[in-house]
Design a protein around this ligand. Structure first.
Ligand code: SIN
Length: 283
């Protein structure tokens, strides 16, 4: 009997990064063959958007688990001051109930960053499911960091291949100007260029929000190099901007993509559910 082929359809969303995936219902069981097709598409495009999904927390966690270790601990019950220490599901939202925020990263613009760069073992991937979105703004932008690396002149690529940078994060700080860069905030050091374990492609690993300095470089020079790299990576030729519709499930690869958020009206509701994917040995 002929095998029934999965009907996955891929439409690139931008020359540098991202594809829209249709023909998949994430509320249904995903078999081994389809899971491999989705993973291959993820390796190729780094950002996948599955529109018109009607999924529960469990469906989203099962989807995240196709890519690595899904972080499923419930962070909503935690002490809000201790959010940095745990991995798990959370809501990105500006909605307040009884005067209390129900989620994190509530308002306004967020500069480009890569989730978990402040950890020794960053998040492999992040999934966001759109539940409520504002009528304007609040788009999430994705920068293809492999294309940005490839577009650099050879001498710069060779130089950056040898460097390391320090990354920081403190919760609910959303711009470089606000971010505290002292040693007592969560921080980690990573190579400035990373090689993707599945595609073999090199990517720049720097971001405006989280990268505070290049190791062993004078502060002024480090800031000058970083600012020119941020401007380069954020140029429209590398950036796909996603306008959310409720029911969109988006996954991105933090090893090859930076993301940022546009501002949106503070009096409109925005809520997305976020599950991250970790490396199997991450703490
Ligand atoms: C995030 O950085 O995880 C949130 C992105 C967004 O709110 O669009």
């Amino acid at each position: 009997m002929a095998a029934i082929l999965p009907s996955l359809k891929l439409d690139p969303m931008h020359p540098a990064v991202g594809a829209r995936v249709t023909g998949v219902d994430l509320a249904r069981q995903i078999d081994t063959e389809l899971a491999q097709e989705i993973r291959d598409a993820f390796t190729q495009y780094s950002v996948l958007c599955f529109p018109e999904q009607d999924i529960t927390n469990d469906h989203q966690a099962d989807f995240a688990a196709l890519f690595g270790r899904a972080d499923t601990a419930d962070r909503t019950k935690e002490d809000p001051d201790n959010k940095q220490s745990k991995r798990g599901v959370m809501y990105v939202s500006n909605i307040k109930e009884n005067g209390k925020a129900i989620g994190v990263l509530p308002d306004g613009e967020m500069h480009f960053h890569s989730d978990g760069a402040h950890r020794d073992t960053p998040y492999r991937a992040t999934t966001l499911f759109a539940i409520e979105v504002p009528s304007v703004g609040g788009e999430t932008k994705f920068a293809g960091m492999a294309a940005a690396y490839d577009a650099l002149p050879a001498d710069k690529r060779a130089k950056f291949d040898t460097l390391q940078a320090r990354h920081v994060f403190n919760y609910n700080k959303t711009t470089r100007e606000e971010m505290r860069r002292e040693d007592d905030v969560a921080h980690a050091i990573h190579p400035l260029v990373k090689i993707h374990p599945d595609s073999g492609r090199k990517s720049l690993y720097v971001s405006r929000l989280m990268t505070c300095n290049i190791v062993d470089m004078e502060p002024d020079e480090s800031e000058e190099v970083l600012q020119s790299l941020f401007d380069h990576c954020e140029s429209p030729e590398f950036v796909y901007e996603h306008k959310w519709t409720p029911g969109d499930l988006v996954i991105w690869d933090n090893r090859s993509v930076n993301h940022a958020r546009n501002d949106f009206p503070a009096d409109e509701r925005r809520m997305l559910r976020r599950y991250t994917v970790s490396e199997p040995d991450a703490d």
